[in-house]
Design a protein around this ligand. Sequence first.
Ligand code: PG9
Length: 636
Amino acid sequence: REKIKFYWLIIIALFVPVASDAYISPSLASESVSYTAQEFMIPMHDGVRLQTIVIRSFRDPRALPILLTRTPYGIPTEKSFNAVLNGERRDRNSWRELAADGYIFVWQNIRGRFGSEGIFDITSRYDPTGHGGPNETDDAYDTIDWLVKNVPNNNGQVGMYGVSYEGLTAALSLLHPHPALKAISEQAASVDQWMNDDTHRYGALRESYAFEYSILEETDRNKNSIFDFDEYDTYEWYIKLGALSNANAKYLHSTLSFWNDIVTHPDYDDFWKRQAWLGQLSHSKIPNLNVAGFWDQEDPWGPWKLFRHVEELGSNDTDFMVAGPWYHGQWQGDGTHIGLLPFGEHDTSAEFRREIEAPFFRYYLHGEGEKPVNKISIFETGSNSWRHYSEWPPKSSVPTNLYLHSDGSLSFAPPHGDVSEFREYVSDPSNPVPYRQRPISPTFIGGEGWPTWEMADQRFVDHRPDVLSFVSEPLEHDLTVAGQITTELYASSSGTDSDFVVKLIDIFPQSNQKSTASSGQDKRQTYADSMNGYELPIAMEIRRGRYLNSFEHAAPIIANKPELWEIPLRDHDHVFLKGHRIMLQVQSTWFPVIDRNPQRFVQSIYQAKPEDYISAIQRIYSSPERPSHVILPITP
Ligand code: PG9
């Protein structure tokens, strides 16, 4: 377990749950321990009891607000909580900044996980008629009700917060909030698993993630399980797995309900729509601090959707958005850099926690400090500075087309008499483009490979014959892009189904970082660790041909017919600096994070046969009639 480096598995290792529901007496043995924990089994209205730990400082006599986090991954112990506060552990940093203001911290295992009773169901959702089954909205309500009535010396004000699943459980409380719930901060919460959160991207399955996550959460209720791969390079393992039907046939034997749901619901049907819970949120006045990472490898989309949704519901001056240059949850850790990319003098994460998150809860739960004034706060990369906006996209941003040309260039001039009408490549599902440098370790194990893959240098694929690169001249001045980026690709495939992946990349100059090292050894190290020539992905996305016209009804594309493929690239705020070049890459496989499209249309890819997987000739058009381009929201 010590070897597991991925950040939330470290947390999981910390959070070995306490075994009984007995009161844990305060441990005064060590000077450094100032927080004590009590454990409770809190009853829900259907009688199921949820394992909950209540942690507070015995040095603070005030009536304090409660900060609640509801998790499927295991709750902290008194020891692990104190270890973070004492600086012995470097995860869950928010605890430190928040603890300075004084809170009663409460952590709860959700239904069916660790010591909590009931059944874990990732797909359960709130039903306002009260006739649905158990769900996180009602469980949050019942928990808050119990806490304000039973936890001594609380001030009756409750906040909820958390990252990812813990952000989701916070956000779902908005559907039927308890009157004592005064503020939440959802951080990387998912809103629609089929459309663009963890397990899919516009219906394209995130194969390795969905498979490994189903195992993580559904194999054993008492732990977070890791699949026992017999290959170190999971790229190889998934190739050998072959057609997706083999996952159940060879390994899972239909025992994991989430995986079964995925493979029995290939299209955007009522099953997925029921879980897309934003549709049920018809008003929300609870202050909410939404937090998103630009390089979040799991849930970069949900927080923006929730923020926009609440904005559209009407006047709400307590709906806030924060975005930064982070991988999934990085704002709770070190924010001085991501991978090799430094952020100047900033620790972006500490700044977020100190200057945004802590003051937010201080104001809404303690009634102290200033009301937050910045609706939208973004750490802009390139310029490496915090920007504050009153609306998004900023009024000054102008959607501007950047065109792909068939000579491989990229420019603001539309195609006009290009050498050829298109460029083409062969996409072969038996030799798919890896999504990150091989070997690809299992998703939830293995250092920074998974957390930072969305910002990884793309030079590892840019000369593959099945990856097309379009590159601009070096920029003559800085170019700021703030808002939603979209690609409009005119493309065809010789198959009857196909995928197109686009990547918008910032190419750093070769002389971006000069070595000041004197010795050969140090120089070599500096060179290896530099951003010289780095191809930094700013935005990446996929669309699947079968869903071009309807997400609900998969349909074949017409072989060799050029079609307009609109590929949204989400929200960004980045400065392409003078001297850098812009690149757009196009490819048709992204494996194994995305499953392979057979390229011959079949009603469900989960039932595709090996012979359905065929090579296809892919064309990207650049002509006056079919001017493929990316739309950049450029600000002065
Ligand atoms: N991204 C994870 C998740 C959230 C919600 C549903 C399923 C998975 C997580 O990190 O918790």
